[in-house]
Design a protein around this ligand. Structure first.
Ligand code: NI
Length: 268
């Protein structure tokens, strides 16, 4: 057979024997990128660090598992505390529940290992500012430095700026919007755990107000709250709810979060 008779691909193959290997490797790399959900567009995205690899897989899993479920986000403020927060993390792991923690910068600085554990176990950790001050009563300078101090501490521990903020008492003004420069996550269900400090009351209040897409406000600094959590999880699950982080809830409900905007819940 003369060279002229050979097919185009055969001639290419003889001329460039390494080409087949390159094509196979290229397809393999594309498949791996797709499996990990590490698309090129996500690199450089401020959210990419929390979503890379396991988190992305988790999000895919939740989309599959939680598609037609009622959804609820448990959120815990004012921690971390060295006794109660690790106990809560143990309960959440045992119940296979992910939550969102709005931590104080001063507590995070004192107990960075608790923050690292929470983030390492795929909970979301966001800012509740530095000293729990009523930001709208402060001068712009003091409010700005409070917010920025918490940001810097969380960036140091987590490796990225907090992606959400919950200002103390839910009080927001233009300085708060501009300085946080994140979506502002408030709540639609107040468990009033700080007031009752009673597991039965925390359960009753939360269950009477819960709805699909709710964000429940609790505090991981009270032993009574930690005591109420496993019962709340079991009861809500029996009622057809599943538990997601704020990012998962927003994503599953198709919400595109904007910096400076306020979110109380993500109803369907
Ligand atoms: Ni608070």
């Amino acid at each position: 057979m003369s060279t002229r008779d050979r097919s185009f691909f055969r001639r290419i193959d003889i001329r460039f024997p390494w080409l087949k290997l390159v094509v196979v490797c290229f397809i393999g790399i594309i498949a791996i990128i797709d499996l990990c959900d590490l698309t090129i567009s996500k690199i450089g995205d401020p959210y990419s660090k929390v979503r890379i690899a396991p988190m992305a897989k988790h999000l895919k899993a939740t989309e599959r598992i939680f598609k037609d479920k009622k959804l609820v986000a448990l959120t815990f403020d004012d921690g971390p505390m060295p006794e109660t927060t690790p106990r809560l993390l143990g309960i959440l792991r045992e119940k296979d529940v992910l939550a969102t923690f709005f931590v104080l910068g001063k507590q995070a600085a004192a107990y960075p290992d608790v923050i690292k554990r929470a983030a390492g176990e795929y909970h979301e950790v966001a800012s509740h500012t530095m000293y729990h001050q009523n930001l709208i009563r402060l001068s712009a300078d003091v409010a700005t430095s409070d917010i920025n101090e918490a940001k810097a501490i969380l960036k140091n521990i987590l490796g990225h700026n907090p992606i959400y903020t919950r200002p103390p008492y839910g009080n927001i003004n233009d300085v708060v919007r501009a300085t946080t420069n994140t979506p502002l996550i408030l709540w639609s269900v107040d468990s009033e755990d700080w007031r009752s400090k009673n597991p039965d009351a925390i359960l009753a209040t939360s269950l009477s107000e819960v709805h699909d897409g709710a964000i429940i406000l609790m505090h991981d600094i009270y032993p009574t709250t930690v005591e109420a959590v496993p019962r709340l999880i079991d009861t809500l699950r029996q009622d057809g709810y599943e538990f997601v982080t704020i990012s998962e809830l927003a994503k599953l409900r198709g919400a595109k979060l904007e910096n400076g905007a306020i979110y109380y819940n993500f109803r369907p």
